[in-house]
Write a protein that binds this ligand. Structure first.
Ligand SMILES: C[S@@+](CC[C@H](N)C(=O)[O-])C[C@H]1O[C@@H](n2cnc3c(N)ncnc32)[C@H](O)[C@@H]1O
Length: 180
């Protein structure tokens, strides 16, 4: 999928994509610096989009680790399947609220999310928060990129420790919430 088509998909579905551009490489690098991929075997990404975060995860993950990528746009999913044909990267064209069905009782070492929570209906949002907390392993982390610090207060109902980071090297500047 060309860059122009990716942006058309992003803008054409702004009510569900919730972004004016994709995550920059410095933002992805910073987000992923909070996850220790060595030894991590089950990874989950929420909101695969153009694959910018997926690519960063794939570059870092162990060869025998598995990555489940949730994305609701069929066009983005088709593109992600072409970009990541390896067997241990599973593109799931379904909402993140159904993550438990695909994890089959496994716990994720890391859940890496760029979901636009401010645009997701309250009940679905709550379900994703709850399932993320239940699906992440005891030593694992849920890591979210977002444009509003206020999201931290919603996460506080589900996670007891939340560390925040920030980068100007993205448009718009972004926060990273590291939760466990
Ligand atoms: C802000 S974009 C992020 C795209 C890319 N990961 C990045 O960082 O640039 C959010 C993505 O989440 C997807 N999305 C929105 N709601 C979702 C849901 N409930 N489950 C899975 N994906 C969802 C959108 O289609 C969009 O591709």
């Amino acid at each position: 999928m060309s860059r122009i088509k990716l942006f058309k998909e992003l803008f054409g579905n702004i009510s569900t994509t919730g972004a004016i551009t994709f995550s920059s490489k410095p933002l992805v690098d910073k987000m992923l610096s909070f996850a220790d991929f060595k030894g991590a075997k089950v990874l989950v990404e929420l909101g695969g989009g153009d694959g910018s975060i997926t690519k960063g995860i794939v570059e870092r993950m162990d060869k025998d680790a598995k990555l489940l990528v949730f994305e609701i746009s069929r066009n983005f999913c088709n593109n992600l399947e072409k970009m990541f044909p390896q067997k241990n990267v599973v593109i799931i064209c379904d909402s993140a609220e159904n993550m438990d069905k695909y994890l089959n009782g496994d716990k994720a070492d890391f859940i890496l999310s760029s979901l636009p929570f401010s645009l997701i209906p309250k009940d679905i949002r709550a379900s994703i928060y709850r399932k993320s907390r239940e699906s992440v392993s005891e030593k694992g982390k849920f890591i979210q990129i977002c444009y509003s610090y206020l999201l931290k207060y919603q996460f506080a109902d589900y996670f007891s420790h939340i560390k925040t980071s920030f980068t100007l090297k993205n448009f718009p500047p972004a926060f990273i919430l590291i939760c466990n």
